[in-house]
Ligand binder design. Structure first.
Ligand SMILES: *[C@@H]1O[C@H](CO)[C@@H](O)[C@H](O)[C@H]1NC(C)=O
Ligand SMILES: *[C@@H]1O[C@H](CO)[C@@H](O)[C@H](O)[C@H]1NC(C)=O
Ligand SMILES: *[C@@H]1O[C@H](CO)[C@@H](O)[C@H](O)[C@H]1NC(C)=O
Ligand SMILES: *[C@@H]1O[C@H](CO)[C@@H](O)[C@H](O)[C@H]1NC(C)=O
Ligand SMILES: *[C@@H]1O[C@H](CO)[C@@H](O)[C@H](O)[C@H]1NC(C)=O
Ligand SMILES: *[C@@H]1O[C@H](CO)[C@@H](O)[C@H](O)[C@H]1NC(C)=O
Ligand SMILES: *[C@@H]1O[C@H](CO)[C@@H](O)[C@H](O)[C@H]1NC(C)=O
Length: 756
């Protein structure tokens, strides 16, 4: 079907018009987007067309389907599901010539991708008696495709005890390779594939050390078992003991390994997502992203558009570049963008001072260090702990007090190289507590107690340090992790991102049993479980919840699932006060940090109202941005549907709101229109409640919505207007509007942000 976008293109296939080329010597790998509608009739298959296009440039070609460690032939990937086109090794001159061929929508250099690296399900209130777990049968019919570093198939988390047969619609395979044979897949891990031609093309002659879906890193084993791991008894060197299981622990897993020790390239990521869509997954979980890429060149944006169109929800990590604003990646309107928060579990060490006072600190040091009644050394000169020789001379064999100087990792190395027996590290940051020597981190407030004791007992202060302790429920949680990347999305300023927050700090999950999980000194230790932090860890939690919802509500679109998760998310923590932001002095967290708030799976099952969006709605948003039609085609070209730009709109039917009153100094008002679908049982009446900053007026019209039937849709308008001058210390204000069902059953909450 001809679409509007095609009209901008030249409709002739004129090989002869190609200019002669000088072969440049510098060759790199490129991703080439093709418009399938432009394929000349002379070709029967698009692959022939791609090859002919390359041959016309005198690039050596031959279609090659086998993964190999030799330099790949061109085109080395053909993409069919999430976009139309291929990857090839080309010179700059060849790229310039290729761009002139009719039907070539765009050519982009392959990019490097950035990965965002027992108790979490209880913290999310998932339980066997009621709510989303039983309603979805734990996600039994749902397939989650994980785009990552592979799996360690021997892990207990992939056992398939009690699992029913693999759903018939599954079209994927268990691809054999190095140390991976097809009997390693089962009814839990139903498929694996691996994609590394992009790495091989970028680094000719490279030897792939583990040419299979086997995980040599651990990241993919950790993320996939977090989303859908089976029951397994877990602990991490004595910390966090318990039963580990994924959020959707009966959902099926398919792993697409695209990240390699030898490199990580977007051409491989697209190949993995392309295959996942073809194989029939329901949810794609992708804990990685591309920084500073325009939307129409972002592999995740392009591949996820086609996935969304086919009803597949893509859940992606926001990134670990917080707490500054505008740091997030994957701020894509048709993706669920996930921020990271803490949980109420402390992996701890206890300090017992000589006067009997105790302080609980943070540590994951994997050994009982037997530091009992040690001499406690407090010395201003070495407080920064940045010299192994000074440390050894002053506190050798004793316990020393250190202060974070902003580069804790380097300080930890200095301590490791000294002869001190142990150290107490005063810090207010969420650093990695997987210490390699006996260290316990405490906050500056707790530091006051410790320093008072040390100063008042200069030569007699003693201390006992205990490790391997786990406490539950003692701390305020969740809090937004300081590392979690913040909105707004630079790519799409009209959509508030991130969408939601899930647990991403100190998450325990499966780990390859031959990959170091901890160190004592420089000696590696192995474990079948590891503890990691990052939005890489929060993303699969949200993916798991989405899988459960898909199981319980199979007819819901990806936008509906995301809407249900967002409008029922909680902005309050376990003290029923506002969730705090660790990256902003524990002030109440803004939606730019946590989106709608902490995901609440059971409430998401029954949200009352849904903000739905169709693929055309997203295209209308793109049409209203300043992308050329050709650039929009780069995103939508994987589709056979005729999208148009007849109704451009920056006002996507999204469950949240964002506007910028500073981009032009003349307007300080904004109107939004939203349409909600009643998914509660039967009729219902909703009234609106607004929480807003004093300088902002918010009017909702109408302020009562009366639904007569299930699935009825009603629209409302929101007018926001700032009273001038706006004088606030931050570059934004925020609040929310909540539609409250008069029967008291539902609260449908939408956060908003006004940038100033
Ligand atoms: C490709 O090679 C053929 C034969 O050697 C030559 O005639 C043609 O000009 C070349 N085309 C380009 C684009 O270099
Ligand atoms: C696959 O590997 C497992 C474990 O190494 C082995 O027991 C099994 O026999 C292998 N199966 C095949 C078909 O090679
Ligand atoms: C902190 O200490 C480490 C370890 O000695 C040192 O490398 C680093 O430069 C120090 N950083 C600052 C900001 O002083
Ligand atoms: C503090 O450490 C410095 C450096 O090792 C040392 O010269 C000094 O004597 C120490 N002070 C005390 C009070 O021990
Ligand atoms: C941590 O402490 C430093 C110095 O005391 C302070 O400047 C910084 O704002 C604090 N950071 C947070 C996140 O509280
Ligand atoms: C589109 O471009 C115009 C002119 O360059 C600019 O004023 C406007 O803000 C841009 N709109 C968006 C959504 O970027
Ligand atoms: C407008 O916002 C941008 C980024 O959000 C900020 O850098 C800039 O200073 C703001 N301009 C004004 C006039 O406040």
């Amino acid at each position: 079907m001809a679409s509007q976008f095609a009209s901008k293109l030249v409709h002739a296939w004129l090989l002869s018009t190609l200019i002669a080329l000088a072969m440049a010597t510098e060759r790199s790998t490129y991703i080439v987007h093709m418009d399938r509608e432009m394929m000349p009739k002379a070709f029967t298959h698009h692959q022939q067309w791609y090859t002919a296009s390359l041959q016309s440039l005198n690039v050596t070609t031959s279609v090659n389907h086998e993964a190999s460690s030799e330099t790949p032939t061109n085109p080395f990937y053909v993409y069919e599901n999430v976009m139309n086109g291929f990857s090839a090794v080309l010179s700059e001159n060849e790229v310039e010539a290729l761009k002139k061929i009719p039907g070539v929508l765009g050519v982009h250099k392959d990019r490097e991708v950035k990965i965002d690296t027992t108790h979490t399900y209880e913290f999310l209130n998932l339980n066997v008696a009621s709510g989303l777990w039983p309603a979805s049968n734990y996600g039994e019919d749902v397939i989650i495709g994980v785009i990552d570093t592979g799996v360690w198939p021997e892990s207990e988390s992939y056992n398939d005890r009690g699992m029913s047969e693999i759903p018939k619609r599954w079209k994927g395979i268990c691809q054999a390779g190095d140390e991976f044979n097809i009997s390693m897949c089962n009814s839990k891990l139903i498929g694996v594939r691996y994609f590394n031609k992009g790495v091989i093309a970028a680094r000719p002659g490279v030897k792939i050390s583990m040419n299979s879906a086997r995980d040599t890193f651990g990241h993919g084993t950790h993320t996939s078992s977090t989303a859908a791991g089976s029951y397994a008894s877990a602990d991490y060197f004595g910390y966090a003991p318990g039963i580990a299981r994924g959020v959707a622990h009966r959902a099926r897993l398919a792993m697409y390994k695209v990240i390699w020790d030898e490199g990580r390239y977007s051409s491989d990521v697209i190949a993995g997502m392309d295959q996942a869509v073809a194989d029939g997954v329901n949810i794609i979980s992708i804990s990685m992203g591309f920084d500073d890429v325009p939307l129409y060149e972002d592999p995740v944006a392009i591949a996820s558009f086609a996935a969304m169109e086919k009803g597949i929800l893509v859940s992606a990590s926001a990134g670990n570049e917080g707490p500054d604003l505008s740091t997030l990646h994957n701020g894509i309107p048709w993706v669920m963008t996930v921020a990271a928060g803490t949980i109420d579990r402390q992996l701890a060490g206890t300090l017992i001072l000589g006067n009997g006072q105790t302080i609980i600190g943070a540590t994951q040091y994997p050994e009982n260090a037997f530091l009992v009644d040690m001499t406690l050394v407090y010395n201003e000169t070495i407080l920064e702990c940045n010299s192994p020789s000074l440390l050894s001379a002053t506190a050798g064999g004793q316990v020393v007090i250190c202060k974070d100087n902003g580069t804790a990792r380097l300080q930890e190395r200095e301590i490791l190289q000294s002869t001190v027996a142990g150290a107490i590290f005063i810090t207010n940051r969420t650093i990695s507590f997987s210490f390699q020597s006996p260290l316990i981190a405490i906050t500056p407030e707790e530091g006051v107690t410790l320093l008072n004791y040390a100063v008042n007992n200069p030569s007699t202060a003693t201390i006992t340090m205990k490790f391997k302790q786990t406490f539950l429920g003692n701390v305020r949680a969740p809090r937004v992790a300081s590392f979690s990347s913040r909105g707004p999305s630079r790519n799409v300023p009209n959509v508030l991102k991130p969408d939601i927050m899930a647990p991403g700090v100190d998450v325990i999950a499966a780990w390859p049993s031959n990959s170091p999980a901890a160190f004592i000194g420089n000696a590696p230790l192995v474990s079948d479980f590891s503890i990691l932090s990052g939005t890489s860890m929060s993303c699969p939690h949200a993916s798991g919840v989405a899988a459960l919802l898909k199981g319980a509500r199979p007819g819901w679109s990806p936008a509906a699932i995301r809407s249900a998760m967002m409008t029922t998310a909680s902005a309050l923590d376990n003290t029923m006060d506002y969730i705090q932001d660790m990256g902003n002095n524990l002030y109440p967290a803004s939606p730019l940090a946590m989106g709608a708030g902490q995901v609440d799976p059971n409430k998401a099952l029954d949200p009352g109202l849904i903000y739905d969006a169709t693929p055309q709605d997203y295209v209308s948003l793109l049409c209203a941005s300043n992308f050329t039609l050709n650039k929009i085609r780069l995103i939508t070209a994987g589709s056979s549907k005729p999208y148009d730009c007849s109704k451009p709109s920056t006002d996507l039917n999204y469950p949240s709101f964002i506007t910028n009153f500073n981009s032009s100094s003349t307007t300080y008002y904004q109107t939004f229109v939203r349409t909600v679908t009643n998914v509660g049982d039967g009729g219902a009446t909703y009234k609106v409640n607004v929480l807003r900053p004093v300088w902002l007026s918010v009017v909702v019209e109408p302020d009562v919505l009366v639904f007569k039937d299930k699935y009825e849709k009603l629209s409302y308008k929101v007018y926001m207007k700032a009273s001038l001058p706006i004088k606030i210390s931050r570059p934004y204000g925020f609040g929310h509007l909540v539609w409250v069902d008069v029967s008291g059953k539902y609260k449908v909450r939408s956060p908003f942000v006004v940038l100033v």
